[in-house]
Design a protein around this ligand. Structure first.
Ligand SMILES: C[S@@+](CC[C@H](N)C(=O)[O-])C[C@H]1O[C@@H](n2cnc3c(N)ncnc32)[C@H](O)[C@@H]1O
Length: 279
């Protein structure tokens, strides 16, 4: 069996980095998840699928929203992230949550089963997007709702481009390929629309969602978090501690203009994507 790049990445350093920084990541992206859940109009007693659920933060929030008569399944390709998710469910003793390890493009999801499917930044890494969105569509009941957030272009996300530009003189960064799986693979709203329409979705809406992200109180604290994220985080995982320390210093200087009062706050640009399976 061929192991895909994404599967390998999320089962090794990518997944390990998310597990290590899970509370920070959850605080950073909490609002995006809440907005996707609001857009999915989740109701008590419903059955929900969380795609690319990672360490399970959104899955647990959905479980609280749908209540004990509802259920939520989180599916993800990352074993270490799902292990972290399982630990959290055990701590919170939520009986209506289940996690399944698999690529949503091939995982045997039940057909016409879920009232809603949500995802917080879990839909941009699919190796086979038409197959993945097709399977998500088939897993929804007729009339079922889909709501997800994904990143827009790098230029709409200075929280990614500012650290990237700061380290570019001394760190080898891979160029962004908009067609390849990765954080910006769904930056084109035309591409998102055509993938969803191709999968059979109706009522497709793709709206910009601009939210400031708070990275810390000091430039140094914020730089230590930013150095772990996005393309910079990936590139630095292959570098020495010396380079990493240099990167933190360069990023700390570059983000000084983003101080707003007591916090370092940098703009982010996502799409809020909603759609329905026709009745
Ligand atoms: C940026 S992380 C987001 C995790 C989580 N949704 C959150 O907001 O904390 C992307 C997640 O998508 C998962 N993923 C990538 N490709 C996938 C696929 N084909 N099927 C299921 N999960 C996938 C990764 O393992 C990772 O957990």
């Amino acid at each position: 069996m061929t192991i895909s790049y994404q599967s390998e990445y999320w089962n090794t350093e990518g997944g390990a980095r998310w597990v290590r920084t899970q509370p920070l990541m959850d605080a950073l992206f909490a609002r995006h998840g809440e907005i996707a859940m609001d857009a999915a109009s989740l109701d008590r007693g419903e059955s929900v699928l969380d795609v690319g659920c990672g360490c399970g933060d959104t899955t647990l929030t959905v479980a609280r929203r749908v209540g004990l008569r509802g259920t939520v399944v989180g599916v993800d390709i990352s074993a270490p992230m799902l292990e972290q998710a399982e630990r959290r469910v055990a701590t919170e003793r939520l009986p209506n949550v289940r996690f399944e390890l698999g690529d949503v493009a091939t995982h045997p999801l039940p057909e016409q089963h879920f009232d809603a499917v949500i995802s917080r930044f879990g839909i941009m890494f699919f190796e086979d997007p038409p197959a993945a969105f097709g399977r998500i569509h088939r897993a929804l009941k007729r009339g079922g709702r889909f709501a997800a957030v994904c990143w827009r272009r790098p230029d709409d996300n200075p929280w990614i481009t500012t650290p990237r530009d700061a380290v570019a003189p001394f760190v080898k960064l891979n160029p962004v390929d908009p067609a390849a799986p990765g954080p910006f693979s769904l930056a084109s709203n035309d591409r998102v629309h055509s993938l969803l329409a191709g999968a059979g979705f109706d009522a497709i809406r793709i709206e910009p969602l601009d939210l400031p992200l708070t990275f810390g109180r000091t430039e140094d604290e914020a730089a230590k978090l930013l150095v772990l994220l996005g393309p910079v985080g990936r590139a630095l995982s292959e570098e020495t501690d010396e380079v990493r320390i240099r990167a933190i210093a360069a990023i700390a200087t570059s983000i000084a203009p983003f101080r707003h009062g007591s916090y370092i706050e940098i703009a982010s640009g996502a799409w809020l994507v909603t759609a329905r399976r026709a009745d």
